[in-house]
Design a protein around this ligand. Structure first.
Ligand code: NDP
Length: 487
């Protein structure tokens, strides 16, 4: 199927609407730079309308009062609705975000699976009974937190929206979903699918619009109980500050600069291939990207050769083509940022082993070649900051303690990978790393395989855990009830 460009409206109170001020913005394909969609541009008046719709739905509507299994059935219908529009969603994800079609298809499938998971979880999130003695009964309830503003990024648009909306809906919350301006379309379609599946009007409002303009109003809005955000660490910190006066609940999935530690006893072929996917998958635009590659000094040369060979096989090009491994970056400004980091690293003494610029055969689109920076140190800017592009720095280490010290010497702490055939060493290192998720002999996190493991980071990588049953904690308040039933 090939889509022509389309027009998309806001979803507020169960209705598709133009923006109150009539504004729109365009979404362009990062590969061709051509128009994909024109989208209503929400302003503060639309945010007010969405907040009122969400508040009313929560305070007076049936959704939070519905039996959890009945909410679960509707979540299952959303999963079916996503599968029913599978090809359209996958193609839009590629055309708006530039990710390769195979990844878009995986992500649409994973989005449906998130709804299936929380469809089954809705009636399995229990409180506790706390033993206190013969004359008293003490138990806890998990009650929906209320109105939640969910702000999502452009790198995994539908998947991030699903990670956030599915558990919140399962708990009975009402939502204002603000998708990233680069990629609002699949979230708008998700809103329509949810409505058709039986989610009552006002429970899921979808509001594309400029985060910089809407952010403070969202964070300070008296009708919003909680903010769930994925994006840049500075934006997350600003949301925390803006919402602090109200002590709003906040959960954050932020940046990463994840280490990938390769010991000399690892399967070097496997580790080199995985390092390429770990660093350059989704064009490196992933908070989980393994962008600091620590290699034990004795195998540095041997490993680096394999890494370069595997990188040269990684095909950059049209994200709609079957044989492409990597598409363009999201925007020209993102391209410029990546280029500046590479040039800065060279100025600091790093060598570009491959990549470093636009691929010679791709004159149009925001393409950047997969880039390996050798002769790097852990204190170079390119090794310290999140680049969000296909750039990996290779840094040698001397022993286990040296690798751990360098891996932990960073303000982020999202993911890490450890490669070794020595199980004891791999476990020691995994336990010593200051991060939320560690993969041993794999570049992917558990979320690649299922939705059953908690996802989140230490340090400046975030607050709270998404996925798994833990995500239900993000969307509920705990209440303790104590009953004295003595005679
Ligand atoms: P942002 O944090 O700016 O954007 C993420 C989301 O937040 C978008 O929906 C955006 O809206 C919204 N937003 C922007 N400003 C505010 C604000 N002041 N208050 C509330 N919401 C806001 O990230 P960018 O898209 O600008 O990307 C910049 C960098 O952030 C990347 O290069 C990368 O390093 C990091 N990033 C990390 C991600 C992750 O998965 N952890 C995902 C995306 C980015 P809008 O699109 O309208 O600006």
């Amino acid at each position: 199927m090939t889509l022509t460009s389309g027009n998309y409206q806001l979803l507020i109170g169960g209705e598709l609407r133009d923006a109150a001020q009539g504004g729109t913005f365009v979404v362009n394909d990062p590969a061709t730079e051509s128009l994909v969609a024109e989208v209503a541009r929400a302003g503060v008046a639309d945010l007010e309308a969405a907040a009122l719709a969400a508040r009313t739905a929560f305070d007076q509507g049936p959704w939070p009062r519905l039996a959890p299994f009945a909410r679960g059935r509707i979540l299952q219908a959303i999963a079916d609705g996503i599968r029913g529009r599978f090809d359209e969603l996958a193609e839009l994800e590629t055309r708006c975000g530039g990710k390769i079609l195979a990844n878009s298809r995986n992500e649409v499938d994973a989005s449906a699976r998130v709804f299936e998971y929380y469809a089954g979880a809705a009636d399995k999130f229990f409180g506790n009974t706390i033993p206190m003695g013969a004359d008293v009964l003490d138990f806890t309830l998990r009650e929906p937190i209320g109105v939640v503003a969910q702000i999502t990024p452009w790198n995994f648009p539908l998947l991030a929206a699903s990670w956030k909306t599915a558990p919140a809906l399962a708990c009975g919350c009402s939502l204002i979903l603000k998708p990233a301006s680069h990629t609002p379309v699949t979230s708008l379609i998700l809103g329509q699918i949810a409505l058709a599946a039986g989610v009552p009007a006002g429970v899921l409002n979808v509001l594309p619009g400029p985060g910089g303009e809407l952010g403070n109003t969202i964070a300070r809005h008296p009708m919003v109980n909680k903010i769930a955000f994925t994006g840049e660490t500075r934006t997350g910190a600003e949301l925390v500050k803006q919402s602090a006066d109200d002590i709003k609940r906040v959960s954050l999935e932020l940046g990463g600069k994840s280490p990938n530690i390769v010991f000399s006893d690892a399967d070097l072929d496997k580790a080199a291939t995985a390092a390429v996917f770990g660093a350059f998958g989704n064009a490196g635009q992933s908070c989980s990207a393994r962008t600091r590659l620590f290699v034990e000094r004795g195998v540095l040369e041997e490993f680096t050769e394999r890494l370069v060979t595997a990188t040269e096989l990684f095909r950059v090009g049209d994200p709609m083509a079957d044989d492409t491994n990597m598409g363009p970056l999201i925007s020209s400004s993102s391209w410029r940022t990546v280029k500046d980091y590479v040039d800065g690293a060279v100025a600091e003494g790093a060598n570009v082993l491959c990549g470093g610029d636009r691929p010679v055969n791709l004159a149009q689109g925001h393409y950047f070649s997969p880039t390996i920076l050798a002769n790097a140190t852990n204190d170079m800017q390119a090794a310290r900051e999140e680049i969000f592009g296909p750039v990996v720095v290779v840094i040698p280490f001397d022993d286990e303690a040296h690798a751990i010290a360098m891996a932990n010497d960073n303000e982020y702490g999202l993911n890490a990978s450890v490669w070794s055939r020595d199980g004891g060493k791999a476990i020691r290192v995994a336990r010593a790393l200051q991060c939320g998720m560690v993969s041993v002999n794999s570049h992917g996190s558990a979320s690649r395989y299922g939705l059953f493991a908690p996802f989140g980071g230490h340090k400046k990588s975030g607050l709270g855990r998404e996925l798994s049953m833990r995500a239900l904690e993000l969307y509920t308040e705990e209440k303790n009830i104590f009953i004295d039933h003595s005679d």
